[in-house]
Design a protein around this ligand. Structure first.
Ligand SMILES: Nc1ncnc2c1ncn2[C@@H]1O[C@H](COP(=O)(O)OP(=O)(O)OP(=O)(O)O)[C@@H](O)[C@H]1O
Ligand SMILES: [Mg+2]
Length: 383
């Protein structure tokens, strides 16, 4: 099955008439979207703007509402509450085939008895394009996914990666301005997935098309996206660039969902304006940390730090740039490019990751060490 669309501007044919959203409209804008299925609230209040030409990824665990959100943008589901604007036009009540977008599904959904060329031609035929337009559209789309020469093959005569590229060619063949993709690489093995990720990203840049991409794979989201939307239980937790999401997660959920994170629960014991605090972990470990929200003395505060941000030094070692404290290694696991440690200090149990490439200090289980970080490496969480 394939979705569908007309050229931009068909919104003018909606019976209620189009509502112009903004002077410079975003590709997609979701305003106060909710979706319930009976008692199940699949999406519970989403506001989101997708910029024109942007690669935006919806990332979240199973059941967080990613597919439901995409289906409402595509027009296969109607929101219970809220508006969907596409290229500035209110399309909330518009069926899928009247929106200027296209969707690629996880299982490709190629027509098994149609050749590659006729699969790609299908959406153009549906739009009643002329024979010459169809031939040109097919040729351009196949060239874009590097499948020129495969026109006469059947889907069964293609590898998984090639089938996925045919699905992609079929989706872009009629020139939609927005491409929706729901876990499109889920069926491919890791190496092929990484290769097709780069191809999709490259294609998106060349065509200048806006992409809304759904995945639950954090690495895929980090490598492909201009911005990532982290979803949890039908809500948005954070929208930011991959680097900001990874380095400055706002919540425990985001920190834990994208990569490994240590959480440090502490109590503020002294504030040093403008934004520094002394905090205590357990009974005896005192640390300096940034406290931009100004959590008051006596109140709890939670920090996150990535395993690779923690520096490890020989016991009693110090570094003027770092705040250091004593710890003991309880586990050391060799992982090829890095070594993964569990270190204990007071009541803290920290994961530490050290790259194996350089000449970094690499202790063994049972060793006493010093751990350290710069105060700014601790990220304050909102929860
Ligand atoms: N047609 C439906 N009827 C009832 N509940 C539904 C329906 N579609 C989705 N849901 C529920 O809504 C929630 C969100 O589902 P959705 O498919 O959007 O999640 P997802 O983030 O795409 O998950 P996955 O990663 O597993 O694909 C889930 O709890 C799901 O069970
Ligand atoms: Mg899904």
């Amino acid at each position: 099955m394939l979705s569908i669309i007309n050229r931009q501007g068909t919104g003018a044919m909606v019976s209620t008439g189009p509502t112009l959203d903004r002077l410079t409209p975003s590709a997609v804008r979701l305003a106060g979207i909710r979706k319930s299925y009976g008692a199940v609230e699949a999406v519970s209040g989403i506001d989101l703007e997708v910029r024109t030409g942007e690669f935006l990824t919806l990332l979240g665990p199973s059941g967080s509402g990613k597919t439901t959100t995409l289906m409402m943008i595509a027009g296969f589901e109607r929101p219970s509450v809220g508006q969907v604007y596409i290229n500035g036009v209110d399309c909330t009540g518009l069926p899928a085939h009247r929106r200027n977008l296209s969707m690629v599904f996880q299982n490709y959904a190629l027509f098994p008895h149609r050749t590659v060329a006729r699969n790609v031609a299908f959406p153009l035929e549906m739009r009643r394009r002329t024979r010459a337009q169809i031939e040109q559209g097919v040729a351009e789309a196949l060239a874009a996914v590097r499948l020129t020469g495969f026109e006469d093959r059947l889907p069964t005569q293609l590898s998984g990666g090639q089938q996925q590229r045919v699905a992609l060619a079929r989706a872009i063949g009629f020139g939609p301005s927005i491409l929706l993709m729901d876990e499109p690489l889920g069926a491919l093995d890791k190496n092929l997935r990484e290769q097709v990720q780069l191809e999709i990203k490259d294609l998106q840049r060349r065509l200048g098309v806006s992409v809304i991409y759904v995945t639950h794979d954090q690495h895929e989201a980090l490598t492909m996206s201009d911005r990532i939307v982290v979803m949890n239980q039908g809500r948005i937790e954070q929208v930011d660039t991959p680097e900001t999401i990874y380095q400055t997660p706002k919540s425990r959920f985001v920190a834990g969902f994208l990569g490994a994170a240590n959480f440090i629960e502490a109590e503020v014991i002294e504030n040093r304006p403008p934004a520094m605090s002394r905090v205590r972990v357990g009974d005896d470990l005192l640390l300096t940390a940034e406290n931009p929200a100004g959590v008051a003395v006596g109140k709890p505060i939670t920090f996150a730090i990535r395993p690779e941000r923690i520096e490890m030094l020989p016991a009693k070692g110090s570094d003027p740039r770092l705040e250091t404290f004593a710890a003991k290694i309880t586990q050391a696991i060799f992982m090829g490019d890095s070594t993964f440690y569990i270190a204990e200090a007071s009541r803290l149990r920290l994961q530490v990751k050290v790259a194996n490439g350089g000449r970094a200090y690499r202790p063994a289980a049972g060793d006493e060490v010093a751990l350290g970080w710069a105060p700014g490496d601790l990220v304050v969480l909102a929860d």
